[in-house]
Design a binder for this molecule. Sequence first.
Ligand SMILES: Cc1cc2nc3c(=O)[nH]c(=O)nc-3n(C[C@H](O)[C@H](O)[C@H](O)COP(=O)(O)O)c2cc1C
Length: 209
Amino acid sequence: MELLEHLKWRYATKTFDPNLKVSEEDMEKLKEAIQLSVSSYGLQLYKVLVISSQGLKEELKTASWNQDQITDASHLFVFCNYTERKDEDVDAYIQSISQIQGTPVDKLEGYGNLIKRSLVEMDDATWISWSEKQTYLAMSTLLMACAELRIDACPMEGYQVERYNEILGLDQQGLNASVIVPVGYRSQEDHTQFRKKVRKPLHELFETL
Ligand SMILES: Cc1cc2nc3c(=O)[nH]c(=O)nc-3n(C[C@H](O)[C@H](O)[C@H](O)COP(=O)(O)O)c2cc1C
């Protein structure tokens, strides 16, 4: 199974080589992998910013505890969850299903209502957590796609969310910077690449019932 080899190859890259850039062709593949990611109901209530501007990366680094990955990586993915739950987003999704799969909208009304109800019934904390979880699924797909293409990446929560939201003007768009992933190519100086993986043993991680 090749995926296991990819997963063994990857590591949370601490130092990127700032001279190496991911090609446009590979960036398109990464975006497509994210697009194909799973999401609850298929709703995809998030947006993904892809930042290549060095100036913007410099500014974001100041909101990321000055971690070098932000500026040295080729591109920075910022996964942004929706902060509001709106019926119109569900309606737009139902329209897409209808157009793409050729099902009449009235046949999908019940499904749309079920989704709307399930979103409305969540209390605020549950909604925020649910909404952020969606972005983590997409982030995980990105990490696997990167590994297959031998592109290095580092999932990161070590940044100031409010400052990201401010710098990127996310509040006004009903978005929130949920998790970020710089991608690029490892520096040969990054000694963490040689560390053995630390993972729980299978017998501890799994229980067969
Ligand atoms: C959601 C999430 C947030 C993380 N935040 C950071 C971070 O801010 N900085 C960092 O250097 N590594 C970060 N990591 C990397 C983890 O520490 C790393 O994935 C873990 O130790 C396992 O090591 P490996 O990915 O090299 O196999 C994060 C990982 C995840 C999944």
